[in-house]
Design a protein around this ligand. Structure first.
Ligand SMILES: Cc1cc2nc3c(=O)[nH]c(=O)nc-3n(C[C@H](O)[C@H](O)[C@H](O)COP(=O)(O)O)c2cc1C
Length: 156
């Protein structure tokens, strides 16, 4: 199975750290959505989409890229790094999963981990979740990707 990871990581490179670990496991290239043509994704069986979370949403560059995609028939997964968990009524993964499903993807799973967050109110105290993603977060990302690889046979 051929996999690729589309990742926007602009704040501290937090999500890129997660993407790189997942990319190693899945033997997948990690690309910025600004550096890949939407039509190119048709050649992949599994596509990961990830970014930091900004005011409750995935980064606009990633969302706009997904919105621009033609109808797909492959499998996707969604991942994020964020100050706060993907939980409760305000689950940030849900709109992205819905958008991908509208594009025809089957969304296999979602992953998120805590990460250094310098959103304005927290900047005053030097940010929160310092040092994250840490080794345990990267190990969790690896385990997540290994699970996908086993379930979907996602290696070339
Ligand atoms: C302007 C701004 C808004 C943010 N909004 C949220 C938010 O709504 N929820 C959250 O959990 N984290 C929020 N964060 C934290 C980021 O999601 C977190 O730092 C993330 O790891 C950034 O990813 P990146 O370094 O890959 O860009 C915000 C950070 C900034 C700078």
């Amino acid at each position: 199975m051929k996999a690729i990871i589309v990742c926007t990581s602009v704040s501290h490179g937090n999500t890129k750290k997660i993407a790189d670990v997942m990319g190693q496991v899945l033997q997948a290239r990690v690309v910025d959505p600004q550096h890949i043509d939407a039509a190119e994704l048709a050649g992949y069986d599994l596509v990961g989409f990830g970014s930091g979370i900004f005011l409750g949403s995935f980064h606009a560059q990633l969302r706009e890229f997904v919105e621009s995609l033609p109808e797909q028939r492959s499998t996707a997964f969604v991942f994020a790094s964020s100050g706060f968990p993907d939980a409760g009524m305000q689950r940030f993964s849900r709109p992205m999963v819905r958008l991908l499903e509208q594009k025809g993807f089957e969304v296999a799973d979602t992953f998120s981990c805590r990460a250094f967050d310098t959103y304005a109110p927290f900047k005053l105290v030097g940010g929160i979740r310092k040092g994250r993603p840490d080794a345990a977060d990267l190990a969790a990302a690896r385990t997540f990707a290994e699970g996908l690889r086993v379930r979907l046979g996602a290696t070339r």
